[in-house]
Design a protein around this ligand. Sequence first.
Ligand SMILES: *Cc1c(COP(=O)(O)O)cnc(C)c1O
Length: 462
Amino acid sequence: MKSMHSVDIDTVEMTLDIMKYAINRISNSAPDLGSPKKEEELLKKVGETVTKEGIGGEKAFKLFRDVLSKATVPVDHPRHLAFVPAAPTRAAVLFDLVTSAASIHGAYWMTGGGGIFCENQAMKWLVSLTGLPEGAFGVFTSGGTSANLSAMIAAREAWRDQNKENQALRALLITSNGAHSSVKSMAKVIDADIILVDDDDEDKLTGKWLQKAINKLSEIDRKRLFAVVATGGTTNAGIIDELDEVAQVCENENIWFHVDAAYGGGALAAPSVRHLFKGIERADSITIDPHKWMFSPYDCGAVIYKNIELAKNAHSQKGAYLDIFKDEGAQGFNPADYQIQLTRRLRGLPLWFSLAMHGTEKYTEAIERGLELAQNAAKQIEAAEHLELVRKPSLSCVLYRRKGWNAEDYKDWTYKNHKSGFALVTPTKWTKNGESETISRFCFINPDTTEKDIQEILASME
Ligand SMILES: *Cc1c(COP(=O)(O)O)cnc(C)c1O
């Protein structure tokens, strides 16, 4: 009987089919948008797929290609402007396939050396964009959530190590209302309390308001405060906190300063907005998601530390069977030592290949294009009778309203466009002076999105 790992003529044919699909998909810059379907509906169409004998590769693949993949939304569709879309480069997607085929364990240098070398080359560029001082370095993670978590754990460990008294204290951190939901979730994971601080006039965290909030803390809460998380581009509106001011307060108060630039981090490579991030070079840690605005396929996040030794102190795992890795691995960089995950895929490899192939200037161009699209959308909105801007675009996020619409109208419009395969643009909420309003939002990442796409989407709101 054939084993699961044998290579025979059927496997070769299936491989060709799958490769053909992959090549077609990679070269298709306007894939079908896919329409939403219920699970029962899908099950009715494809039946049970995992059985004792297996249904065969050909059939399983056909079901995926012809039915199941059509119930998904490709992140790289040029009229997918919802959430934070993505637009992985073809080079990066191809190398994602290579990353799987190469079967490399990326936790330790001993087994992953050559691949980790590539990841570190890409990381060197990311670190250079931040302006962090010599000695700063980072590691690729599964995304922004785990990057934020890894940074918070490193921060808390450093704080606990500072002072014996801190070891018995429950940790407390300050962030803003605009901070990503993962910051609040990860605070729960590490069982830390969280305080949300904003300057309401500016809709962001500023030094003045941060200082005020710290001054208001009780003596014991001040002792519990171990970190401030600022955002380098909020996910909802693209707003960048006053990083330089926040850095100053954190330095004065001796608090770990983390910048979550999961979405906005790509804009560090864009000269037209780089000045807005002033102060990021003073951070103790930074999150950037290459799978958002750096054109990597999922999943690829990154966490960068000013002092990478502090991360090692918090994350390095010890175990009888792991010692050997450490001996040989000591000759190189061990990604497992700097974030929460042990066994890991070489997530930075697709980014590396794409960067090596295209050079960093092409990244700058593609990111500037997203910023330009946001400015163009703002112009079109201002010129349209039925629309108005809620606020000026920040980075590549545009918040706008369709005059006279309520929450239901936005929802109906979203589903109508999604079901017809035209576009995916979802509503969001914007809160001002305690009042929350449902509005529409664009987030531009894909350089293939056109001014005409924007025009047609806006026209569909008339
Ligand atoms: C997307 C995002 C995250 C979460 O990142 P994932 O990669 O989805 O885990 C965290 N922070 C910000 C600011 C984000 O935009």
